[in-house]
Design a protein around this ligand. Structure first.
Ligand code: ADP
Length: 267
């Protein structure tokens, strides 16, 4: 069986059609880990060129259900990006001040500057998924946000930012196992939130809202990728491939040397 990873624009997305166990051309764990290492090294080098070039930026958006592995993806697949040039930005429920502004206000402040990489751990997509499913705003309010998001992302792209959006797709059974192991393992219990169980009860509504959001906001300029994420090493490999290929396409270059430096000796 085959399934697309990259979602083409104007595609109706039903997450039920996407297998969270899809092999994605990676059948063997040892081979996958070797390829991941190579990708990480390549990404490290490309990121330093991006930093030196100081013309473009890369924004990586990570979304997924609770326990889908957003933190793990950052720790493993994206580990080559050092803090000099990369910021990880988690988005939690908005504060009162944030709620007093439009929903993109807090997002826009955190987008990566030229030469940098930004990783969003949750994002403005909470405002069309979580807000919709938990009924935190009326339909007429969140419905307007699809267009706002597409316009906002186009603005970023026109300003030199490349955007990659990854949905980490796990199954409901996999989530049960991961939540249970958070409860059972004293070293993991800190990650468990009672609210996760409430969201789990709304699983189908979240799947539908995510499918809808991905279908309506996967664009030429800011594509979505649906990552089969039941198996962690496969998830990391697939994300590393996407980010590496994206950076290669961006093709950042070290700036041209300053004139007249040939032969200069530092005393
Ligand atoms: P995480 O699960 O990301 O590790 P938390 O357990 O603190 O971190 O969860 C963050 C919570 O904030 C999630 O339940 C998420 O749905 C919620 N959240 C993030 N952004 C928004 C938003 N714009 N509106 C409502 N809830 C949000």
């Amino acid at each position: 069986m085959s399934q697309p990873i990259k979602i083409e624009p104007d595609t109706a997305v039903d997450l039920g059609d996407f297998d969270p166990d899809f092999h994605a051309g990676a059948a063997d764990r040892a081979e996958a880990e070797a390829e991941l290492d190579k990708n990480v090294r390549a990404m490290e080098h490309l990121a330093s060129r991006l930093y030196a070039e100081h013309r473009q930026a890369l924004l990586i958006v990570l979304q997924g259900m609770d326990t889908s592995g957003k933190d793990g993806t950052i720790r493993h697949a994206l580990r080559g990006f050092n803090p000099l040039l990369c910021d990880v930005v988690p988005f939690k429920a908005p504060t009162e001040t944030e709620r007093d502004h439009d929903f993109l206000w807090r997002i826009h402040r955190e987008v990566p500057a030229r030469g940098r990489i930004g990783i969003f751990n949750r994002s403005h997509y909470e405002d069309i998924v979580t807000v919709r499913v938990r009924k935190l705003a009326p339909k007429r309010a969140w419905k307007l946000r699809f267009k706002a998001i597409n316009g906002f992302e186009r603005l970023l792209v026109h300003s030199g930012t490349t955007i990659v959006k990854c949905f980490l797709h796990i199954s409901k059974d996999e989530q049960r196992e991961r939540l249970q192991s958070r409860l059972d393992d004293p070293d993991k219990r800190w990650k468990f939130r009672v609210g996760d169980l409430d969201d789990r009860k709304l699983w189908d509504n979240f799947q539908q809202a995510y499918g809808d959001a991905i279908g309506r906001t996967s664009t030429e300029h800011a594509p979505w990728y649906i990552i089969p994420a039941n198996t962690k090493w496969r998830r990391d490999l697939v994300v590393s491939r996407i980010v590496r290929e994206t950076l290669e396409r961006m093709d950042p270059r070290f700036p041209l040397e300053e004139e007249g430096l040939d032969g200069v000796v530092v005393e």
